[in-house]
Write a protein that binds this ligand. Structure first.
Ligand SMILES: *Cc1c(COP(=O)(O)O)cnc(C)c1O
Length: 798
């Protein structure tokens, strides 16, 4: 794209002052951090508009295929610093603010996180948007503009307490409201036949109104759009009813609209059989599909040519109503034959599977689907019947509608031309366990695209110390060509490089220690081993295994305080879904244990537990660069990929982990000797579960495990309420579905290998630096290239 003159700090300073005056209406003498942030954000945003327009124009002019990424979640985080970095304006922004006597970091940290997601799935969507822009892949992200993103977490007496996230109470400077781009979305009502055609008359309607946020890629060469739909009432209120005094009924359209986009469901690991959730999914999907068709027709293309111009990716099954919705519009509105519409639909759609957990697979009751989306239910049944005609030998248990339920995974599979898993192991399990029959009927439809993370945010932005060292060592440009990190390997024998690598890590650990002191009131030693497990709290992720081993370690230190222990800081972070009681109990246990350990004068210099509340993208940006050890310890076969594991390894942390998700590929790349492996494999997990006494036997075989469970059961960590954890302990003894007991001894042993290695810097730092050097594969640019060539069949416009 065209070169623009470099922007200097002086230019930017003038633009910041202009926005402060004319956009914010503030005088520099009275401006708050908030005013400065908005002034700077507008100044930076102005710089995105040009490449954004240019990219849009070019896509139209060249008739390029567009990719539409449909996701119920986009866990974006802060935008300002990321945009400044991608535009090459970071230094200029810092200098411009400094010349005005304003602290750049304070301004950056004033921005609330756009927390429109739960965890990995939503963060993946955000990384993919950034990589699509970096690679010049024309595209749109489609999501919901939730008024409240994921809840805010605090701890009250160690217990999680949720409050609503209010990210939109302040002005959101990154979006452009598009009242002209709005679509009517219907629910419920009746389907009749008129001249052989189905006519759906919805009983309820809302308007989906677009809000566009530009997403600029590395070096500012290309920008795409994240289009989030806000819900608006179709009529402000029913005046007739209002005048009759029926105020509640008069406000019904407004209530529906307010409710629809109000909250993000705080759990993506369980299926929410709720009418509101189904309405949200359809709201996003219908608005997106209507927008896609409008754009296609406005360009003068024929509907038959849709697959040549449109690729639609479904991020999990949440938008899987996309198939029936596209067919409905093609058939009912545009008069196409069903089979032709279905053929067009499958060629446009791709489906990414994110989970094997049975409780997360979406299934809607037949009556609910029929009540909320009556026309779609007819189409779904037609698709199912068509599929059976195509495959008359289809086993009787295969199908979309079974046992009075609509199975969204099967629907997504059948209406997509490609179905992908998110790591090599996960994709194999999708083939073998989730869709074995559909895989046989459609050989080649399932493929793997291992997840990735954007190195701009997760290395360049989050870790300036290491980024600087990398640029000094291998030269600039690695941000857009992460495979170049292998060039670091030539320096692994160089003592100067290794000590600089260790120094960068120490800088980050000092910064984190200062933040922990400020925010948690806890002193931690930056020379201790920083051991980090941050992610959603879930039984399969096994934070419980980590805290039990922490207790065992504390017990061992107390028994032998002078044994030359390696000092450790155990850092936890993560939210539990508000209704997930087992996860909330684990949170409380971690906080209770922290309280005892951090106040034990005999051990507190050797072992501390820190659990800052409200883990989000911004907190991840502080923690990841400062970690020595990355905890990726899920029960094998349960974590589809993980992306946290990639962030940590990229930033030079070593992994302690099971053979699960992308851990398998991380280990293959860094080498078995540079990864602390432990635990049962997926096959062994299945074997062990066959023995009903597996937990009991494992506990009886491990004295430390027995001691730990006894201490918890005796109330050592809950002296005010000694029976608090009786249920938890009982559950480990008698059920332990996630095999904490069976993996405990191997995990504890692996932790001692970690200590031994950390105690020898001549071993640790080459291993840490090698992790960074070998992480090129996990760039989301690689993942997006793979989607572009293998699923979307599209090229770069750059
Ligand atoms: C990367 C990330 C996740 C995903 O972490 P996993 O360890 O892969 O589960 C979740 N939340 C946030 C804020 C993240 O940045």
């Amino acid at each position: 794209m065209k070169d623009t003159a470099p922007v200097t700090a002086e230019d930017l300073r003038a633009e910041i002052l202009r926005h402060l005056t004319y956009t914010m209406g503030k005088d520099a003498a009275h401006a708050s951090v908030y005013d400065w942030r908005l002034a700077l954000s507008h100044a930076i945003r102005d710089r995105i508009v040009e490449p954004w327009f240019a990219a849009t124009r070019r896509t139209w002019d060249e008739g390029r295929k567009r990719v539409y990424y449909l996701s119920m979640e986009f866990l974006i985080g802060r935008i300002l610093e990321d945009a400044a970095i991608n535009l090459g304006l970071h230094a200029a922004a810092e200098a411009a603010l400094a010349s005005l006597g304003v602290d750049f970091r304070a301004v950056v940290e004033d921005e609330p996180d756009a927390a429109l997601g739960n965890g990995g799935l939503g963060r993946l969507a955000a990384c993919y948007m950034e990589s699509m822009a970096t690679l010049g892949c024309p595209g749109y992200g489609y999501g919901i503009r939730y008024e409240h993103g994921l809840f805010r977490q605090r701890f009250d007496d160690g217990r999680q307490v949720e409050s609503p996230e209010d990210w939109l109470t302040q002005r959101h400077p990154w979006e452009f409201e598009r009242p002209e781009a709005s679509y009517e979305i219907g629910f419920k009502g009746e389907v009749t036949r008129v001249d052989g055609r189905a006519v759906w008359r919805p009983a309820e309607t809302v308007l989906a109104e677009a809000h566009d946020t530009p997403v600029v890629g590395w070096s500012g060469a290309w920008a795409n759009t994240l289009r989030l739909w806000a819900a608006k009432p179709t009529t402000l209120f029913d005046l007739e009813r209002f005048n009759r005094g029926d105020y509640t009924a008069a406000a019904a359209p407004e209530t529906l609209a307010r409710t629809l986009a109000r909250v993000l469901y705080p759990d993506d690991t369980t299926y929410a059989g709720k009418e509101l959730r189904l309405k949200q999914e359809y709201f996003l999907t219908s608005a997106a599909i209507q927008d896609i068709l409008r754009r296609h027709l406005a360009a003068g293309f024929a509907l038959d040519d849709l697959p040549a111009h449109v690729a639609i990716q479904m991020n999990d099954t949440h938008p899987a109503i996309a198939g029936p919705e596209l067919i409905r519009l093609l058939v009912d509105v545009h008069g196409m034959e069903f089979e032709a519409a279905l053929s067009i639909t499958t060629r446009c759609l791709g489906y990414t599977n994110h989970t094997l957990l049975p409780e997360a697979l979406e299934r809607w009751a037949h009556y609910l689907m029929g009540a909320v989306l009556p026309r779609h239910l007819q189409i779904i049944e037609e698709i199912d019947a068509w599929h059976l005609r195509q495959h008359p030998k289809r086993p009787h248990w295969v199908g979309i509608v079974k046992h009075h339920e609509v199975r969204m995974g099967d629907l997504a599979f059948i209406t997509a031309h490609k179905v992908n898993g998110v790591s090599a192991l996960h994709s194999d399990l999708v083939r073998q366990n989730l869709f074995p029959d559909l895989d046989r009927l459609h050989p080649g439809r399932i493929l793997n695209v291992t997840n990735g993370i954007t190195p701009r945010r997760w290395l360049r932005l989050a870790n300036p110390a290491l980024s600087g060292l990398i640029s000094d060592t291998i030269g600039p440009g690695w941000e857009a060509d992460l495979d170049r990190l292998v060039d670091l390997e030539a320096h692994l024998g160089d003592a100067g490089f290794l000590s600089a690598f260790a120094a960068a890590k120490r800088t980050n650990k000092v910064a984190l220690s200062n933040w922990i002191a400020r925010s948690q009131g806890l002193e931690v030693d930056p020379d201790a081993l920083f051991d980090v497990q941050v992610k959603r709290i879930h039984e399969y992720k096994r934070q419980l295994l980590n805290i039990l081993e922490t207790i065992a370690h504390w017990h061992a230190i107390r028994a032998n305080p002078t044994a030359g222990w390696v000092p450790r800081v155990k850092i936890f972070g993560g939210k539990a879904a508000p209704g997930y009681m087992a996860a909330k109990e684990i949170i409380r246990l971690i906080n209770d244990v922290a309280n005892v350990l951090n106040n034990d004068p005999f051990t507190r210099d050797l072992l501390k537990v820190v659990y800052p509340a409200n883990y989000n993208v911004s907190m991840a940006e502080r923690l990841v660069p400062a970690a020595d050890l990355s905890e990726q310890i899920s029960t094998a076969g349960k974590e589809a990929s993980g992306t946290g594991n990639m962030k940590f390894a990229l930033n030079g942390a070593l992994t302690i982990g099971t053979l699960d998700g992308a851990n398998v590929e991380i280990r293959a790349r860094v080498g078995a000797e540079n990864f602390f492996l432990f635990g049962l494999t997926t096959e062994e997990v299945a074997e062990v579960r066959k023995d009903p006494d597996h937990a009991r036997n494992a506990i009886l075989a491990s004295q430390p495990m027995q001691d730990v469970l006894q201490m918890i059961a005796e109330g050592r960590f809950s002296p005010d309420d000694p029976t608090r954890y009786h249920g938890l302990v009982h559950n480990i003894w008698h059920s332990d579905y996630f095999l904490v007991a069976s993996d405990f001894a191997a995990y504890a042993e692996a932790q001692r290998r970690v200590d031994e290695t950390f105690a020898d810097p001549s071993r640790w730092w080459p291993m840490a630096a090698l992790n960074t050097a070998r992480m090129g594969f996990f760039s989301s640019d690689r993942a997006i290239r793979s989607y572009m060539s293998e699923i979307w069949e599209t090229g770069s416009a750059l």
